[in-house]
Design a protein around this ligand. Structure first.
Ligand SMILES: [Zn+2]
Length: 329
């Protein structure tokens, strides 16, 4: 029997986000609670999203924040209890560029949530909304707050600024002072059913056997399974580019695509966007050469276009790149 997957320290399943509660996988109770709040307009000043790593808390926080800021949820008479996912508020909330949304997490590589993070969230909530009716602050790693940070959070919770919603995200309850816990509406995120993890992996392009094996070891954490999926088959530039039967150099685009796909090139979403831009450029060039190129250029173009399509369907970039490079050789 294979052991449990290691806990990932990475950014988690950022690519899962659709920006709507409808896109939160396998958490019907949490989604019903949040959707009910959006539909009724009875929104608590503070929520605590509580559950194991990789179970959708961040995705749900992103969607809930969008729902709170989206004018079609908040003001609309046809409230669906979810963000529309398409308006400017929703797009900016999903991108993290909405002026009324503050998003804070422990600094990269650090475990503790420092005082400055709590103060910055509190300061942002105290401002007047610049676009809509309220401000929203999400604080990840609330259970890792230092004592000073927890005290600052408590101050905000005791006197929530006018129209504001604070969402604390935590994996465990105990490190949080009871005074903080008692002022939040707790939204629980349980381990995801194995089938949900398996299907999510398959939807990202994992072969069925691999998806089943990873899902079986993920302990209900899609985040873990995705990290393992990315880590299980790192594209090895040396091996992929090393030899070619006819001895000709591998197309420059393959090298560029490989460079853009390494973890150092950015977050999963940044890599996805960079790859899409590269593929589009390469496809344009290839199309230009098609007239005199014949079958070789045509199959190359097909590989580029299909890779871009796979990325848009949220396939794992590493898998897409590995496959593409093999086809370009
Ligand atoms: Zn919207």
């Amino acid at each position: 029997m294979s052991g449990a997957l290691p806990v990932s320290g990475g950014a988690g399943p950022a690519s899962v986000a659709t920006g709507r509660l409808a896109g939160v996988l396998g958490q019907p109770r949490a989604v019903a609670l949040l959707s009910g709040a959006l539909a009724s307009g009875r929104v608590a000043p503070a929520y605590l999203f509580l559950g194991p790593e990789g179970t959708g808390k961040r995705t749900a926080a992103r969607a809930f924040a969008a729902g709170l800021l989206c004018k079609f949820t908040v003001h609309g008479s046809r409230s669906t209890g979810d963000a529309c996912g398409e308006c400017r508020d929703c797009r900016d909330a999903a991108r993290g560029t909405h002026e009324d949304l503050s998003w804070t997490a422990p600094p990269e590589g650090k475990r503790a949530l420092p005082l400055e993070a709590a103060l910055s969230a509190a300061g942002s909530l105290a401002l007047r909304p610049s676009r809509g009716v309220r401000r929203v602050a999400v604080i990840e790693g609330a259970d890792r707050a230092t004592e000073e940070a927890a005290n600052a959070l408590l101050k905000t919770l005791e006197e929530p600024p006018g129209a504001s919603v604070l969402v604390l995200v935590a994996e465990t309850l105990l490190p949080l002072p009871p005074t903080v816990r008692s002022r939040c509406q707790v939204v629980r995120f349980g381990p995801l059913p194995e089938a949900v993890v398996r299907e999510a992996l398959a939807a990202r392009g994992a072969p069925a056997a691999e998806a089943a094996s990873l899902a079986g070891r993920a302990e209900g954490s899609l985040g873990r399974a995705l990290a393992a999926l990315g880590g299980a088959r790192p594209p090895d530039p040396a091996a992929l580019l090393g030899s070619r039967d006819d001895g000709r150099p591998v197309p420059a685009v393959a090298a560029e695509v490989l460079a853009a796909s390494t973890p150092e090139a950015g977050t999963l979403e940044e890599r996805r966007q960079a790859l899409l831009a590269l593929l589009a450029e390469a496809a344009r060039e290839t199309r230009g050469r098609l007239a005199g190129g014949g079958a070789r250029e045509e199959s190359r173009l097909r590989a580029l276009v299909e890779s871009a399509e796979a990325l848009r369907r949220n396939a794992a970039p590493d898998l897409v790149v590995e496959n593409l490079v093999l086809r370009l050789r």
